[in-house]
Design a binder for this molecule. Structure first.
Ligand code: PMV
Ligand code: MG
Length: 363
């Protein structure tokens, strides 16, 4: 039996801007995993997952058509990952087989709570990895990222794919998203084998080392949010409020550049200052796009953390899910955590998943 795992993720900074080609975000991989197992079968195959199933679907009416929205259902990412990896296996001359695929996730709680830790990305990466082993396809991290990104993109259609990068590379990363328009064009003519060997415009992934005095604390709001719907809403302002949007993009890029320098300089204070700056930029984006990124619960979480001397902001698309705190190791976090608990904010006691190999990858 083949067993592989892929970690979940959390955005630290650069959200929404990173959806545009070449714009940066900082993301971490977490020590919570999706595990995929495969065993060969000579009769029928199966896909079994306790957490991810096709038991309810969302759709919209478009004229006579019922249009399905599968983007928030990780089960569809499993199917897409299988289809892509099998196409790649066929290109490599493999004969396709029959198997039982099992998917188990630590990223959603056993009582069905959704934390927003990147389950759809981790499920995609784990499925691609498992099938590559099953078909004896050699994969390095660059290729795994590319194949999983294509599979994820064909279901979600609108993200930066930063969550895939975090799941593939682990640790702390600075991720610059690739040009998805270019990829869509290439997909019409290039084989997967060729695509995986190409340099993808604007893609850049750098592993960052956090300063020794940095402690990451994660707070959970208790309410789930849909990244794909929030990204859709923000995308609507691109045309309507062009200049505000362009200002936001430029400011986010400059802020992330300084934050990345803060990592290079092992300077926690600089990283914290830019985290606060990034929070403000996202607040401005929320205001002019009329999208609730920082919900009252997230605001409370951040205010409590700031009062304790830490820097904090929403994580990812916001609208619920998690907030993150960067605090000096020298500060005792107990009072902050007590205040959170008192106000109904749950600390998720997770750590960053660190990996030793391949420190820097310019894809
Ligand atoms: O809410 P999350 O953790 O899935 O993060 C979404 C981050 C965005 O930048 C808003 C979207 C994206 O795909 O990068
Ligand atoms: Mg989210």
């Amino acid at each position: 039996m083949i067993t592989v795992k892929a970690p979940g993720k959390l955005y630290i900074a650069g959200e929404y801007a990173v959806v545009e080609s070449g714009f940066p975000a900082i993301i971490v991989a977490l020590d919570q995993f999706v595990t995929a197992t495969i065993s060969p079968s000579d009769t029928f195959g199966s896909i079994v997952s306790k957490q991810y199933q096709e038991n309810s679907i969302f759709w919209q009416r478009r004229g006579n058509k019922m249009v399905f929205d599968n983007r928030d259902n990780p089960f569809h990412y499993i199917l897409s990952a299988i289809s892509l990896t099998e196409s790649y296996a066929r290109e490599a001359g493999r004969e396709l087989g029959v198997y039982h695929l099992g998917i188990n996730s630590e990223l959603d709680s056993s009582d069905g709570k959704k934390y927003g830790l990147g389950s759809s990305a981790a499920v995609t990466v784990a499925t691609v990895k498992a099938l590559c082993e099953f078909y004896h396809l050699s994969m390095d991290k660059n290729k795994l990222f590319k194949l999983a990104a294509i599979a994820h993109l064909s279901v979600q259609g609108n993200g930066s794919l930063g969550d895939i990068a975090a799941s593939v590379y682990g640790g702390w990363i600075a991720y610059h998203s690739f040009d998805r328009q270019w990829l869509a064009e290439q997909r019409k003519t290039a084989s997967l084998t060729d695509l995986l060997a190409m340099d993808w415009p604007d893609l850049n992934i750098e592993l960052l080392t956090p300063p020794a005095d940095l402690r990451l604390i994660i707070g959970w709001t208790g309410s789930p949010a849909s990244t794909s719907h929030l990204v859709d809403k923000v995308a609507l302002v691109k045309a309507k409020q062009k200049s505000e949007y362009q200002t936001f993009l430029a400011a986010s890029k400059a802020c992330l550049k300084r934050m990345i320098q803060g990592f290079h300089a092992h300077n926690l204070a600089e990283i914290q200052a830019e985290l606060r700056q990034n929070r403000q930029l996202l607040q401005t984006l929320g205001t002019f796009s009329q999208v609730t990124i920082e919900t009252p619960m997230l605001k409370k979480m951040i205010t409590i953390a700031e009062a304790a001397g830490a820097a904090a902001k929403t994580s990812g698309a916001g609208g619920g899910d998690c907030g993150i705190v960067l605090i000096d190791q020298a500060i005792n976090p107990t009072p902050l955590l007590k205040q959170w608990a008192h106000d109904g904010i749950e600390r998720l006691n997770l750590n960053v998943h660190l990996v030793g190999d391949s420190p820097i990858s310019k894809a």
